[in-house]
Design a protein around this ligand. Structure first.
Ligand SMILES: Cc1cc2nc3c(=O)[nH]c(=O)nc-3n(C[C@H](O)[C@H](O)[C@H](O)COP(=O)(O)OP(=O)(O)OC[C@H]3O[C@@H](n4cnc5c(N)ncnc54)[C@H](O)[C@@H]3O)c2cc1C
Length: 402
């Protein structure tokens, strides 16, 4: 039996998963491990992931480890010893968060940082090598039709060729701009007036004070910057969030380095030197939307950003998609029928995804505070110290699939 597999409690279902992002790939693995026959349809033809890093907290890494991906994650990921929090303009220390071994011991799984492309490769290799998963690329979901006994998913190929998949259920993991979400919830996406600029630079070029193993977090009024080493410690991933109205409509538009530098002319010298390094940036407009209510109905389940985009101030978007996948697979292993299993999935996820979306929004306000609010934040962080800063998130990182 492949790693992470459990014998199914009843004959396997036919599951169509739309979207082979982090959520769809993990769902395919988790469902196949329970004995279901999965078809994974992805509209892209290639799997080149953007050059950016991803933080994988213990609530997510434990799911991937349970799926047998621990050795590959350990090879590709790094485990920062902690987070150092500084003031963006003065460079003075505000506080710290303990990660590394303390996190692993407290929550039973590591807090990793990893290149997105490496995580995508690990998941794709597993999907391609495990029985029970058929991957169709260059296929776009075009429609759904449900009956009492099943659901059919219409797919369109790039050449205009249409095909229909007959399934017991469809999992829509088609990302933040999901077309299938409208079947359950029509709330529009809301631009939040900020954008995340992302870049990677060689680690040896980074100012010596910022070259360590830890994650750096710099807080300023209306802006913040995060950086951490990835790619086996060879490179440093940088994310800078700043005010930027509108919604560019897609992921990863190129950004002008001069514009980024102009937004941080008042930054502390080490940070300014770091932000001067990248020759190219990719920019994401930040958008928000309340979690779909419900996240599933009858034979259609939403998963990941399609169900609940999460602002990046808590580094939990991919982690929540990974959690969704584990819970969905667990709900489908012991329910008598698909609609009641999906109702259980929706009920099991509702409170948690709302709590995490809410905490991410609050973190954005805390990170970007100015004046008295910033002074109060700094005082609280200094008083808590690194261990209690970690402990505040025990509810988040200590999560385990039921
Ligand atoms: C700046 C920034 C930093 C972030 N940092 C972190 C972090 O540190 N940790 C973390 O956990 N999360 C982070 N996130 C969030 C994370 O990137 C997302 O939440 C995560 O990628 C969502 O995964 P997903 O599988 O739901 O969607 P996606 O990764 O968007 O995948 C959706 C897939 O569906 C495909 N698709 C779309 N429509 C169709 C269709 N009609 N038919 C077929 N296929 C289709 C797409 O091509 C895509 O492959 C960050 C996000 C941003 C913007």
């Amino acid at each position: 039996m492949p790693p992470g597999s459990r014998a199914p409690d009843r004959p396997g279902l036919r599951v169509a998963v739309v979207g082979a992002g982090i959520g769809g790939l993990t769902a395919a693995l988790a469902l196949a491990a329970r004995g279901h026959a999965v078809t994974l349809a992805e509209r892209r033809t290639g799997f080149s992931e953007v050059g950016a890093g991803l933080q994988l907290s213990p609530n997510a890494s434990r799911v991937l480890i349970d799926l047998g991906l621990g050795p590959a994650l350990r090879r590709a990921g790094t485990e920062p010893s902690g987070v150092t929090i500084r003031s963006l303009r003065q460079g003075r220390s505000i506080g710290a968060v303990r990660l590394g071994a303390a996190m692993r011991e407290r929550f039973g799984a590591p807090y990793l940082v990893i290149h997105r492309a490496d995580l995508q490769t690990i998941l794709l290799d597993a999907v391609r090598s495990r029985p029970g998963i058929r991957l169709l690329v260059g296929r776009s979901a075009a429609g759904l039709e449900e009956s009492e006994t099943g659901i059919s998913l219409a797919l369109e190929g790039g050449n205009g060729r249409a095909e229909t998949l007959a399934a017991d259920l469809v999992v829509a993991a088609d990302g933040v701009r999901s077309a299938l979400r409208a079947r359950l919830d029509r709330r529009p996406l809301r631009p939040v007036g900020e954008a995340a600029w992302r870049a990677m630079v060689p680690r040896h070029a980074v100012p010596a004070a910022l070259r360590g193993e830890e994650t750096g977090l710099w807080l300023g009024r209306g802006r913040h910057v995060v950086h951490y080493p990835i790619a086996g410690g060879e490179r440093v991933n940088i994310v800078a969030v700043l005010p930027q109205p509108g919604d560019d409509g897609d992921w990863g538009a190129p950004g002008d380095p001069a514009r980024l530098r102009a937004a941080f002319t008042d930054a502390a010298p080490d940070l300014a030197a770091l932000l001067a390094l990248p020759e190219s940036w990719l920019v994401w407009s930040l958008v928000d939307r309340r979690a779909a209510a419900p996240m599933a109905r009858r034979r259609l389940a939403l998963l990941g950003d399609a169900a609940h985009p999460v602002l990046p101030f808590l580094a939990q978007g991919a982690a929540l998609a990974i959690e969704d996948a584990a819970v969905l697979a667990a709900c489908l292993s012991d329910a008598a029928d698909v609609p009641s299993a999906l109702a259980r999935y929706a009920a099991a996820r509702a409170a948690r995804v709302r709590a995490i979306q809410g905490q991410a929004r609050r973190n954005g306000r805390i990170y970007h505070a100015g004046g008295l609010a910033a002074a109060a934040r700094d005082a609280v962080m200094a008083r808590l110290g690194p261990d209690r800063m970690t402990e505040r998130y025990a509810w988040l990182y200590g999560w385990r699939p039921a």
